[in-house]
Each structure stands twice: as structure tokens, then as C-alpha cells.
Design a protein around this ligand. Structure first.
Ligand code: ADE
Ligand code: ZN
Ligand code: ZN
Length: 259
């Protein structure tokens, strides 16, 4: 009997790890939160600290993934990404009725801007927004339905079987072996003008940047390819810049919301 329970438990565990695909991974989302924390206006910092009981954006940045295993939150699953065919435009391609990352971000902003929203609703949508700005900058989250944003695109990462989505979510950054504070602290130094340029535009504009990267990644990667150091040489700076832009833009949105 004991053996049966053990086997059932380990089976359930393996199934849950197979099903629960995460995003950027813990480190990536925290880097985005940490960078955003450093670009907040005094006013936004104060309001956010009140809502988060003194916690930082880095601290709550993984909330969107943490709730995925609770079926009460299933309806938020499609808000983490958007899929449409290469060569198509988001605006003209039929939208998912279940929502997507752009609809999710818009909803979070609307709740935070609404004076009639409850504190509980604002806290929830603030944590979700901090997460989705990260996802928006993961190129494979602006993917294609056929392979679920690269989740079905099998590759090898340092000789271990995995998929392209996971390489971009977490494996490349994990191979770097830096903490989220170290990655954030070592972001590229930017001029005021560069920061201003990064902050400009809309979530849809930022999504198209990720989409362009996604298309580039697909044209440079083959199914079954053995990815290792060369892939890091090619893409680590791009990945770090995506995280940096995600952080700067998250702060830009929050500064505007809490102004
Ligand atoms: N599931 C289906 N498509 C996905 C995508 N593009 N990103 C993350 N998860 C997905
Ligand atoms: Zn992901
Ligand atoms: Zn996510």
C-alpha cells in the first residue's frame, strides 16, 4: 500500500512538472522587478510599497507563475503569452477569446488606474503586471500556436534534452549562474536619452520587438540542435537587454499609473 502511494505521488509529481511550464524562470522575473524598482518615481515607490506591504517588485515578480497550480486562477493562463503566425499582424489576426498578454496587461493597468478598485484587486493586478512585463520581453512568449511558443521545439541544452522555450525561459540565464541582484546590477549603463527611448511606445510596440527576436531565433535554430556556449555568445546580451527593457518599461507604466 505504502509503495502504491509512493508510486502515485511520484507519478503525479512528474506529470505536474511536465504540465506546469513556467516563464522567464524565477531569476529572469526577479531581474525585471529589481530593475523596475530602481526606476520608480518617489510617488510610485511609496504607493507600491503600501500595496505590497513593504515588499519589492522583485519579491512579487513570480506571483503570476506561483498561482498557476491553483485551478481557481486557470483563466489567467492565456494572459502570459500571445501566439499568432509569423508574418501576420497582432491587430488583424483573430484574438484568443481567453485573452492574451496584451489584453492581460491592459486589464491590469485599467484595474490599477480605477479609483473604485478594491485594494485587494489592485494588489493582485500589480503583481500580475510586474510578471507580465517580464513575459512580454521573453521572445518565445510572442510565439506560434503550432509549437506552443517553442514548448514543442525540442533541442539539446549542454547535451540535455529540453525545448527552445525552456532555454529562453530559464536555462540560458541559469547557466550564467548569477543571482538576480547581480544580473540587475550588471545591466548595461544607459544614457537618459536611451532610457527615454526605451520607455516610449506601447505594450503592442514592445510585443513586436519580442516578435522580431522570436522570428530571428527561429531562423537561427534547428529542431534537435545542440545548443551550448555558442548560443550563449550569440544571445546572452540580447537576453540581458530584454530583461533590462522589461524593467524600465514596467517602471515607466507604474510611474504613469501612480503619478
Ligand atoms: N503556451 C502556449 N503558447 C505559449 C507561449 N507562446 N508561451 C508560453 N506558453 C505558451
Ligand atoms: Zn515561458
Ligand atoms: Zn508568465
Amino acid at each position: 500500500m505504502k509503495k502504491l502511494v509512493l508510486i502515485t505521488c511520484s507519478l503525479l509529481f512528474s506529470i505536474s512538472t511536465l504540465v506546469a511550464s513556467e516563464d522567464w524562470g524565477k531569476t529572469g522575473h526577479r531581474v525585471v522587478g529589481e530593475i523596475a524598482d530602481s526606476y520608480l518615481s518617489k510617488k510610485a515607490e511609496k504607493e507600491i510599497s503600501k500595496l505590497l506591504n513593504g515588499h519589492s517588485l522583485a519579491f512579487v515578480a513570480n506571483y503570476g507563475d506561483d498561482i498557476k497550480s491553483d485551478r481557481h486562477y486557470d483563466s489567467y493562463g492565456p494572459w502570459h503569452y500571445v501566439n499568432f503566425p509569423f508574418g501576420e499582424k497582432y491587430e488583424t489576426y483573430p484574438k484568443s477569446e481567453k485573452g492574451d498578454i496584451i489584453q492581460g496587461i491592459d486589464e491590469c493597468i485599467a484595474v490599477l488606474k480605477n479609483d473604485n478598485s478594491s485594494k485587494e484587486d489592485k494588489v493582485f493586478h500589480l503583481k500580475m503586471l510586474a510578471h507580465f512585463l517580464g513575459d512580454l520581453h521573453q521572445p518565445l512568449h510572442i510565439g506560434m500556436e503550432e509549437d506552443k511558443g517553442g514548448n514543442d521545439f525540442q533541442v539539446l541544452w549542454f547535451k540535455k534534452g529540453t525545448n527552445l522555450h525552456k532555454v529562453w525561459d530559464s536555462q540560458m540565464l541559469d547557466s550564467y549562474e548569477m543571482s538576480y541582484t547581480e544580473v540587475a546590477a550588471n545591466s548595461d549603463v544607459l544614457t537618459k536619452e536611451q532610457v527615454k527611448a526605451i520607455k516610449s511606445g506601447t505594450a503592442v510596440d514592445w510585443m513586436y520587438e519580442s516578435r522580431a527576436l522570436c522570428e530571428e531565433i527561429y531562423s537561427n535554430t534547428e529542431i534537435g540542435e545542440k545548443l551550448s556556449y555558442n548560443y550563449m555568445y550569440d544571445y546572452m546580451d540580447t537576453l540581458r537587454f530584454q530583461l533590462q527593457k522589461g524593467g524600465i518599461r514596467l517602471a515607466g507604466l507604474l510611474n504613469e499609473i501612480f503619478d
